[in-house]
Design a protein around this ligand. Structure first.
Ligand code: DGJ
Length: 629
């Protein structure tokens, strides 16, 4: 029963609390709603207080429940798998239950996602219609459920997945659920996305108001073949293409067990001096010489059975008692038990040691390549084993908060075997995430389109890589690869040594043009215009806050002969402004075949009549800049 309600101001938000009490037992439940007045978002969560004399077991503990008036309601959500994350689908809500859940333990967005949108007036449209967006802000296992029963409502529940997670709440303790972030838009699915993007940039991401550096990451270029000369060469190359940051990926560490492949040394975060005789200091000197910032890869929550860490602390790994552990990557990987405060100190220490010793490290790529496959904590008591999934993520949050309290400036990427951690609960304290290990430009179009439903371009690391692509072996043109990467946080994932001078020149030009449009892509409003899931093309545009600049990205994927092509109508421009249309990122010596190139049109014309941008052919693309005159 309700016992009261109060409202408190909290910065740019107000928090409304509805107090409930069980009529029989001394259990209180507070329903909390944080409503922001500068972004369209309400965060809803629940606090459960045990006022009983003994421990109470929580078996179901949703963050919030939202009744949605019954009708032609459609749900949009993401699913996928490793190397094909963020696949979009839309389904009409039907009688019965629809459940989306995650059981991975450490990562939670490779397969399903903890975010959904509900279109209230029939199948969702991108730029019209009433849409509710919901994102569970939780890094662990989640469960989202819609129930359509014999009543006048669809009921939406979201919260921690209670499977194997019953929680023993001690006398006097309060259990706080993660928040469910809720938004409403009258401007369709893209409108709801823009609300998530604004809120995420302002309230969740680290440095959501700072432009991201253009980087070269070493992984697909050299994999484990790290050495001083090679790193130096890559730094010089990215600098020569006007990039700003170099990131050394996996393979730099391990002394007793040098990390020459993926089967050892996680946990032994000490430089392999055979590969890097001058250590990290030597790399930082190279970075200074090459005038780029320096970043480094770690996977601090993990270990291998072949590591000094595991030899010293076998009790720190997640493992069921008596059973042999199922081993992960390399046949040796294990997850450290973050419910254990000593492990939390260790994981914090991995970052702390690096940044204390080498304060010039500007960027950390934080990876996580294993699920919890051996449920069992050597730290938690036998009675509280079911706390592990939750305690892991409480520990994870503590570590990230400690890191952020001490290191405000360092940029941290949230990576997990590609896109395993694209989740607003994960991203607290992180700057960005790696969208997928699949860098094939064509597949990235689908993944980035889907991922943009809930996450802004500034956080979506998208890199230009080599052909044939290392995951799907497809060959696409360098221009196509650049144009796809440019629609997110641009980077490179390639061995520049293997590029021709012409290719490097093209990348240099693209990087300098990206710098021009970077503020619009990273801080602008996104409008999805043509869905790759519904045809053979994709288009989207970003518009700056003052509507003076816009960028249109248009991609042919697999057009058909004699296909009737429609003009793409832009969105979000000022109808009364005049915009100059300029195709950028053209191949050297190529001229734009765009009839509108160089001409000036009103925003009204561009939004009502549009531009003919498609029809270039298989995997061809255009990037078009629009500037108010
Ligand atoms: C998985 C990541 O997704 C890759 O980008 C790379 O960092 C490897 N791990 C390194 O082991």
């Amino acid at each position: 029963m309700a016992t009261g309600c109060d409202v408190k101001n909290e910065g740019k938000a107000s928090v409304t609390t509805v107090h409930l009490k069980d009529p029989v037992y001394n259990i209180k439940v507070d329903l909390k709603y944080r409503a922001y007045n500068d972004v369209d978002m309400i965060e809803a969560w629940t606090e459960i207080l045990n006022g009983e004399k003994g421990t109470v077991t929580l078996t179901t503990f949703a963050s919030a429940m939202l009744p949605i008036r019954r009708g032609d309601v459609w749900m949009s959500h993401l699913s996928g798998t490793w190397a094909a994350e963020g696949q979009l689908s839309h389904e009409k809500l039907q009688p019965g239950e629809f459940v989306i859940r995650n059981n991975d333990g450490t990562r939670n967005s490779h397969t399903d996602h903890a975010e959904v949108m509900f279109s209230l007036d029939g199948k969702g449209q991108e730029n019209a219609g009433n849409v509710i967006g919901a994102a569970l802000v939780y890094s662990g296992n989640y469960k989202l459920k819609t129930v359509t029963d014999d009543t006048e409502y669809h009921y939406f529940f979201a919260g921690i997945n209670e499977q194997n997670s019953e929680y023993h709440l001690k006398k006097g303790e309060t259990f706080k659920t993660p928040a469910l972030a809720l938004t409403y838009s009258t401007q369709g699915l893209s409108g709801a996305s823009r609300n998530f993007h604004k809120w995420g940039r302002k309230y969740i991401l680290a440095h959501g108001d700072k432009e991201r550096d253009i980087l070269l990451n070493s992984w697909e270029g050299v994999y484990f073949d790290i050495n001083q000369k090679g790193m130096d060469q890559m730094m010089a190359d990215i600098h020569s293409m006007d990039g700003e940051l170099f990131v050394m990926d996996d393979g730099w560490f391990g002394t007793k067990y040098p990390r020459v492949t993926d089967n050892c040394a996680l946990g032994d975060w000490v430089v392999d001096t055979k590969k890097l005789p001058n250590g990290i200091e030597g790399l930082l000197n190279d970075a200074r010489k090459n005038q780029v910032k320096f970043g480094i890869w770690i996977e601090p929550e993990m270990t291998n059975t072949t590591s000094m860490l595991y030899e010293k602390h076998p009790d720190w790994v997640i493992k069921a008692p008596k059973r042999d552990a199922v081993l992960g990557r390399g046949g040796t990987q294990l997850v450290l038990d973050l419910s254990n405060p000593k492990v939390q100190d260790f994981v914090f220490g991995v970052v702390d040691n690096l940044l204390t010793k080498y304060p010039d490290i500007a960027y950390i790529k934080w990876d996580a390549n294993m699920a919890i496959m051996n449920h069992g904590s050597q730290y938690l008591s036998a009675a509280d084993q079911s706390h592990l999934y939750i305690a892991y993520h409480q520990g994870f949050a503590k570590v990230i908060d400690r890191i952020r309290a001490k290191y405000k400036d360092v940029v941290i990427q949230c990576c997990a075997s590609g896109g395993g951690r694209a989740n607003w609960g994960m991203l607290r304290g992180f700057d960005e995430f790696w969208v997928s290990d699949n860098t094939d430009a064509m597949q990235r179009i689908y993944m980035q389109y889907g991922t943009s439903y809930f996450f802004p371009a500034i956080a979506m690391a998208s890199h230009i890589s080599a052909v044939p692509n290392h995951t799907v072996f497809r060959t696409t043109s360098l221009k196509y690869r650049i144009d796809v990467a440019m629609s997110g946080r641009l980077g490179m994932e390639i061995q520049p040594k293997n590029m021709t001078d012409e290719e490097k020149a093209l990348c240099r030009k693209a990087i300098s043009e990206y710098k021009e449009i970077r503020p619009v892509v990273q801080f602008g409003d996104l409008y999805r215009l043509v869905s790759p899931y519904e045809g053979n093309h994709m288009a989207l545009n970003y518009v700056s806050k003052d509507t003076n600049k816009a960028v249109l990205f248009a991609y042919d994927i697999h057009p058909r002969f004699q296909e009737k092509l429609l003009a793409v109508k832009l969105q979000g421009l000022d109808p009364n402004k005049q915009y100059k249309v300029e195709e950028i990122n053209l191949m050297p010596a190529a001229s734009s075949g765009l009839a509108a190139n160089g001409k000036v049109y009103s925003g009204d014309y561009l939004m009502k009549v549009g531009l003919d941008v498609f029809g270039l052919g298989q995997t061809q693309s255009r990037v078009i800049e629009l500037t108010a005159q």
